[in-house]
Ligand binder design. Structure first.
Ligand SMILES: Nc1ncnc2c1ncn2[C@@H]1O[C@H](COP(=O)(O)OP(=O)(O)OP(=O)(O)O)[C@@H](O)[C@H]1O
Ligand SMILES: [Mg+2]
Length: 343
């Protein structure tokens, strides 16, 4: 189990510098994750990635399937999907450089300071232990809380994640719970130690819309109450509009655009962001104009090109010749594009 016993997408997104209150909760610099290929060049799933998230912030990361979201999420815990490896970069959690820790130190940190929430909660839970036991184990092991106190904290946590009849549910097994309830248990496990940082990877995607909304609201409140911060990863750009303080769009391993929520949704600048938003629109003409789904990410593009060039309706010669940098086009609003939709 993964949790077992603002500006810098360069100096971009919130500043890697420490604020008066302390260092950012998460500061990622130049993170690159590769998968070795059986033949030919390695696949780079996350490219020279920068990200800064401040305490109390919920940061949304959106991108279509294959963009590299899960690879990034797992790399933050230094557990990239096999056979991936972190080829370069730095990950700082509240100022501490995780790349300098050994595996034992990382194991201590996962679930205590840094937690991950994933979909398919049943696969995450141990079918042989009661949910109360699984939650209590976290504080017993990570925080060395005595057994009775660990049970009391687990019960409080069941209440906090709004499990009905929590005393009785302490003794329930995962298979006795609905999907939504099991996801609440996974959240309880991820949050009971009040981690500094939580990565949620597509965590609510399998749930009914109404259950999803409740769980997002719950997650938001718990993160804020505990002074944590969260990277919220999803394919559903609509969710981030309600739920996240800042939003970034990832495409083929890179951030294409990053801005505060209002700016992001009301003044998008990257053609890819506009395309994603158009895909949700009921206006067919708009959808046709912006989508070129036939091209695959990065397919046959020269290394120096924009990764989005094959699908971009606004692409010009320069986009094929020169890889664009992530630039700050307005205060706190970054886009990786030579010809943004708005200057
Ligand atoms: N285990 C693996 N082995 C080899 N390549 C992988 C592996 N996992 C991911 N990749 C590569 O990394 C890219 C990014 O995959 P990743 O799972 O991170 O995408 P994602 O954004 O999470 O997609 P989804 O929305 O479908 O979950 C993939 O296109 C694939 O090329
Ligand atoms: Mg994924």
């Amino acid at each position: 189990m993964l949790n077992s016993a603002a500006t810098d997408v360069s100096a971009a997104n919130g500043g890697t510098e420490a604020t008066a209150a302390g260092p950012p909760m998460l500061a990622v610099r130049g993170l690159t994750v590769e998968f070795a290929a059986m033949a030919g060049a390695a696949v780079t799933a996350v490219r020279d990635f920068d990200l800064t998230i401040q305490p109390g912030e919920i940061f949304g990361l959106v991108g279509e399937s294959g963009a590299g979201k899960t690879t990034l999420a797992r790399a933050l815990l230094r557990l990239p999907p096999e056979p991936g490896r972190i080829a370069a970069g730095e990950i700082r959690l509240a100022g501490r450089n995780l790349m300098e820790l050994n595996e034992t130190e990382m194991q201590r940190l996962r679930g205590r300071d840094l937690s991950m929430i994933v979909p398919n909660p049943r696969a995450e839970l141990n079918p042989l232990l009661t949910v109360g036991e699984q939650i209590a184990t976290m504080t017993r092991v990570h925080l060395r809380v005595p057994s009775r106190e660990a049970r009391r904290m687990a019960l409080d946590m069941l209440r906090a994640v709004q499990i009905p009849d929590p005393e009785r549910r302490m003794g329930a097994f995962p298979h006795e719970m609905s999907g939504g309830m099991a996801q609440r248990i996974v959240i309880a496990i991820a949050l009971i130690c009040s981690p500094k940082f939580i990565v949620s990877d597509d965590a609510t995607s399998g749930l009914d819309v109404t259950v999803q909304a409740q769980i997002l609201e719950l997650l938001r409140r718990l993160v804020l109450d505990r002074g944590s911060a969260m990277l919220f990863i999803t394919r559903d750009i609509g969710i981030t509009a309600h739920f996240c303080d800042r939003v970034a769009v990832m495409y083929d391993g890179e951030v294409m655009e990053l801005a505060a929520r209002e700016d992001f949704f009301f003044r998008p600048r990257h053609p890819y962001t506009v395309m994603l938003m158009a895909a949700f629109s009921h206006n067919q003409r708009l959808r046709r104009m912006w989508s070129r789904p036939e091209a695959l990410p990065g397919a046959a593009e020269p290394a120096g090109a924009c990764r989005y060039v094959a699908r971009c309706p606004l692409a010009q010669d320069r986009c094929r010749a020169e890889h664009p940098a992530l630039r700050e086009l307005a205060l706190g609003h970054f886009a990786r594009c030579h010809f943004p939709v708005r200057p």
